[in-house]
Ligand binder design. Structure first.
Ligand SMILES: [Zn+2]
Length: 437
């Protein structure tokens, strides 16, 4: 039995003072507000439930600071991303992901959804172990001390019209959805890792292949994620080829539903939003990446009103800061509408915590309650950013990643006093990124 005493903690959507949290075998066994510390490990500040990063491409971390020259769009950013993708092997992928995940833990992230499509060698030939790259990510998460849902991604074509993969894309492809399913079935989960499915996009998976992936996810009761309408160009190509929007193509293939998460969902029709909401399909917005790539502003409030649970991801890791992602849901709506007050602060915190865990298949994480996984994220209330703010949910508008002082994942302390317990995160990032350029 381990005992933590939070000076303040978010319990059942309210902030309680002096909360004693007892933990056994990685689970919360009791939560007692108004208690004395009584020898428990003290967590000064405001303790939140574990935060989930529902959309990550770990290797994009090596692009940070390297795509800001010149002008352009998502599409020429992608050229640089492909150049990087061509350089990685299982060892360098592991080193980069381990450091990137450690950066996430420092920011309060206790679970990551890795949308993984760098499957094969640069020529497209499988490695001796066809899951060497995915296994590298699962090991990296274990090293960094957070949980992972490896969203094994099917990526087959370079255009909606079915043009073959070429150049750096070749390593993404399994040939067809059946071969993807065989390889994904051979992934080994671990206590800290689940395996889910992903459809890269309607651009990369032809409609007649979608059913195989949907069936695979259903047979494992696994999450199914898909990039959806991030770019108008994708919508235009999809309409031209299928005469339907990407959302309609996915709906017709049975790909929407409560285990599905649509990532971005930036450029939607009214009907698309209704379809997503009516099927309980979750939506993962990635505001800092969408702004970095000039994607546009997704209709977060309208999607939530339609019935889609909203969660968050740092995607390309232009920055890794779950507080910035969460407040951007509200702040971007303000820019669009010239009005304030679309999401309240408690809703933003739920998007960053329980909703993200649910989208990644961890229904037992993301709240501080008996029986839940013991994930605790303590935010200092005495930093230059947070001093004077108070312990309420509005901390989400003030705090930044460096204000996270302690992180407990499955009952184990992974971050103490703002430092990772076992990894020199900045040093490993510098070495892992430096080795690639
Ligand atoms: Zn993505």
């Amino acid at each position: 039995m381990t005992r933590y005493w939070a000076e303040h903690a978010r319990v059942a959507d309210t902030t309680e003072p002096g909360v004693l949290i007892e933990v056994s075998a990685g689970r919360i066994t009791s939560v007692t507000p108004g208690a004395a510390p009584d020898g428990a490990t003290r967590l000064p500040g405001l303790t939140l439930p574990g935060l989930a990063n529902a959309h990550s491409h770990a290797f994009h971390r090596a692009l940070r600071g390297r795509t800001h020259d010149g002008s352009g769009t998502f599409w020429n950013w992608r050229e640089r991303m492909y150049a990087l993708a061509a350089r990685l092997d299982p060892d360098s992928y592991h080193a980069l992901a381990r450091a990137t995940y450690a950066e996430m833990v420092l920011a309060g992230i206790t679970c990551v959804g890795e949308f993984h499509y760098l499957h094969h060698s640069p020529t497209g030939e499988p490695y001796d172990d066809p899951n060497a790259m995915g296994d590298a990510l699962i090991r990296a998460a274990g090293d960094a001390g957070l949980r992972i849902t490896l969203l094994d991604t099917c990526y087959l074509t370079s255009t909606v019209g079915g043009e073959p993969l070429e150049g750096p894309q070749r390593r993404f492809g399994d040939g067809d959805a059946q071969r993807w399913a065989q390889r994904a079935s051979a992934m080994t989960p671990a206590p800290h890792a689940k395996v889910g499915a992903a459809v890269h996009s309607v651009r990369a998976v032809p409609a007649d292949q979608l059913g195989t992936i949907v069936d695979w996810a259903a047979s494992y009761q696994a999450p199914l994620h898909v990039h959806l309408s991030e770019q108008r160009g994708e919508n235009d190509a999809c309409l031209a080829h299928y005469g339907r929007t990407p959302t309609e193509v996915l709906a017709d293939a049975g790909a929407l539903g409560r285990r599905t998460t649509a990532v971005h969902a930036t450029h939607l029709t009214d009907l698309d939003r209704t379809e997503l909401g009516d099927t309980d399909t979750a939506v993962c917005l990635c505001p800092t990446t969408e702004r970095d790539l000039a994607d546009g502003i997704g209709p977060a409030r309208a999607l939530a009103d339609a019935g889609s649970p909203i969660c968050l991801g740092s995607d390309s890791h232009a920055i890794i800061d779950p507080f910035e992602e969460a407040r951007a849901l509200e702040l971007d709506e303000r820019l669009r509408t010239e009005r304030r007050g679309h999401f309240d602060a408690a809703e933003l915190l739920r998007a960053a915590s329980v909703a993200g865990h649910a989208a990644l298949g961890w229904d037992d994480a993301g709240t501080i309650a008996v029986g839940q996984r013991a994930d605790l994220v303590t935010v200092r209330l005495d930093s230059v950013r947070t001093a004077g703010v108070g312990p309420g949910p509005a901390i989400v508008f003030a705090a930044s990643a460096p204000d996270v002082s302690h992180v407990v994942v499955d009952g184990r302390i992974v971050v103490r006093d703002g430092g990772h317990v076992s990894i020199d995160v900045a040093g490993e990032l510098a070495r892992a990124v430096g080795a690639l350029w």
